[in-house]
Design a protein around this ligand. Structure first.
Ligand code: NAP
Length: 205
C-alpha cells in the first residue's frame, strides 16, 4: 500500500530567513519523517500591521536563495500571491485541496507563534487540518508550554523540536544590518548579498 505523503509547511515572515529557520526545517524533516518541507513566506502577516515588514517579493526571493541547494525543500508563492491578510487556515485548506486529502500536513513554526493558536482564525479547523511542530529557542520553558497545551486541550496536536540554532533571530539580524555589524555565519551568504544589494533594513531604505 502506498504510504500517505507527509508534508511539512514551514510558515514564517522570514524577514530575513536565517540558519535557525533552515536547521529547524531540516530537524523537522528528519524527526517527523517528512517527504519534503514547503517554505511558506507570509503575504501580509495579520499580527504585524504596526510593524515594518519587507515587501513579500523580497522575503520570497531570499527564501528561494536560502533553500535552493536542498532537494527536500521548496518554496510556495501561495501566501505571497493571495491578497488580504494571511490566515494559516486558508493556506492549509488550499494545500489540502492541492495535495489531496490523503496528505498529512505538519505546520512548522516558532513556538511563540504556536502558543497563540487559540487566537488564530478557526483554531478547531486548524487542529483538524494539521499537526503543529513548534520550534523552541534555547531557554524556552518546554515543560510550562506542554502543561499549558494540555490545559487548553491542544497537547495532541502540538509537537516540539528544540533548535539550538534558533539563538539566531531575524530581529537581531535586522538590528545588526542597521548598526552595520556583521551578519556573516548567521544566514546564507547569498541572502546577505541580497540584503546588501537591495539595501534592506537600512534606516533610510
Ligand atoms: P513571529 O511573531 O514573527 O515569530 C514568532 C517567533 O517564532 C519569533 O521568535 C520567530 O523568530 C519565530 N519563528 C517564526 N517563524 C519560524 C519558523 N518557521 N521556524 C522557526 N522559528 C520561527 O511569527 P510570524 O512569522 O508572524 O508567524 C509565524 C507563522 O504563523 C506564519 O506562517 C503566520 O502566517 C502564522 N500565523 C497565523 C495566524 C493566523 O492564521 N491568524 C496568526 C499568527 C501567525 P524569527 O523572527 O527569527 O523568525
Amino acid at each position: 500500500m502506498r504510504k500517505k505523503p507527509r508534508i511539512g509547511i514551514m510558515g514564517g515572515t522570514f524577514d530575513p530567513i536565517h540558519y535557525g529557520h533552515l536547521v529547524t526545517a531540516e530537524e523537522a524533516l528528519v524527526q517527523f519523517n517528512l517527504d519534503r518541507v514547503v517554505f511558506m513566506p507570509t503575504g501580509n502577516p495579520v499580527r504585524k500591521t504596526h510593524e515594518r515588514v519587507s515587501d513579500p517579493e523580497h522575503r520570497y526571493n531570499m527564501t528561494v536563495l536560502a533553500t535552493a541547494s536542498n532537494p527536500d525543500f521548496e518554496v510556495s508563492r501561495l501566501e505571497v500571491d493571495r491578497p488580504g491578510p494571511t490566515y494559516t487556515v486558508a493556506t492549509l485548506e488550499a494545500m489540502h485541496a492541492r495535495l489531496g486529502l490523503q496528505a498529512e500536513l505538519f505546520f512548522i513554526t516558532g513556538a511563540d507563534a504556536v502558543f497563540d493558536i487559540l487566537t488564530w482564525k478557526d483554531p478547531e479547523r486548524l487542529a483538524e487540518l494539521t499537526t503543529f511542530i513548534a520550534a523552541t529557542r534555547p531557554g524556552y520553558d518546554l515543560e510550562g508550554a506542554r502543561a499549558a497545551y494540555t490545559e487548553r486541550g491542544l497537547a495532541a496536536r502540538v509537537e516540539f523540536v528544540e533548535v539550538p540554532a534558533l539563538a539566531i533571530s531575524s530581529t537581531d539580524i535586522r538590528r545588526r544590518v542597521i548598526e552595520r555589524r556583521p551578519v556573516r555565519y548567521l544566514l546564507p551568504e547569498n541572502v546577505a548579498a541580497y540584503i546588501e544589494k537591495h539595501s534592506l533594513y537600512r534606516e533610510d531604505s
